[in-house]
Design a protein. Structure first.
Length: 199
């Protein structure tokens, strides 16, 4: 036959291919092994392909894979996802950057936005990311939203904490003349309007 499929590997017999198919947990790979076993037994290629749920061209492709890589070639290739733009070290640096917050004098902002981090990542690592990609990366790193309250660069945090601890707590008893909040007009009860009967 001009386009005949030739199995050139001789390390496994038809019986051994069937035994391997019986042990195989991957269904498609097991069917391919059985198809090759049928071919080795002398079944015509079209019948072997159809019996195992494929067309003749597909069987030809799997024969080529088997000839090149053995039983391993009969498994589907694992498709790898897109390679991350930032390395693990760069992602760790991004975490430190977010935790430390921006330097207003250097970065010109008092809190990070995604667009600011995008520009900073490009400046530091030469990595170009879309603003949405920065958001997805932050979510992956455990950040929901960058909404930390802005902090004045000259604020004295120790003095603020000391003030909070030493300031007396105020209550209504300290201000007895303060009127109670009146109920809102929209929520207060109103008298039903009487409707005069028309005689």
């Amino acid at each position: 036959m001009g386009g005949a499929i030739g199995i050139t590997r001789v390390d496994l017999t038809a019986a051994e291919l069937r035994a391997a198919a019986g042990r195989e947990k991957n269904g498609p790979a097991a069917r391919r092994m059985l198809a090759l076993a049928m071919v080795l037994d002398g079944t015509d290629r079209k019948s072997a392909a159809e019996t195992c749920g494929m067309d003749r061209q597909t069987l030809r492709d799997w024969v080529h894979r088997y000839n090149a890589d053995g039983l391993g070639g009969l498994h589907d290739l694992k498709t790898l996802g897109p390679k991350p733009k930032l390395t693990a070290e760069q992602q760790a640096e991004l975490v430190r950057l977010v935790e430390a917050g921006p330097d207003p004098a250097r970065h010109g902002v008092v809190r990070w936005r995604r667009v600011d981090l995008r520009d900073e990542l490009q400046r530091r690592f030469g990595v170009v990311l879309h603003e949405r990609s920065v958001g997805k990366l932050l979510t992956k790193l455990g950040y929901r939203r960058l909404s930390v309250r802005p902090r004045h660069p000259q604020a004295d945090e120790e003095a603020q904490e000391a003030f909070k601890k030493t300031s007396p707590r105020r209550s209504r008893r300290d201000f007895p003349n303060t009127p109670k909040a009146s109920p809102s007009k929209s929520g207060s009860r109103t008298k039903p309007v009487s409707v005069n009967k028309v005689h």
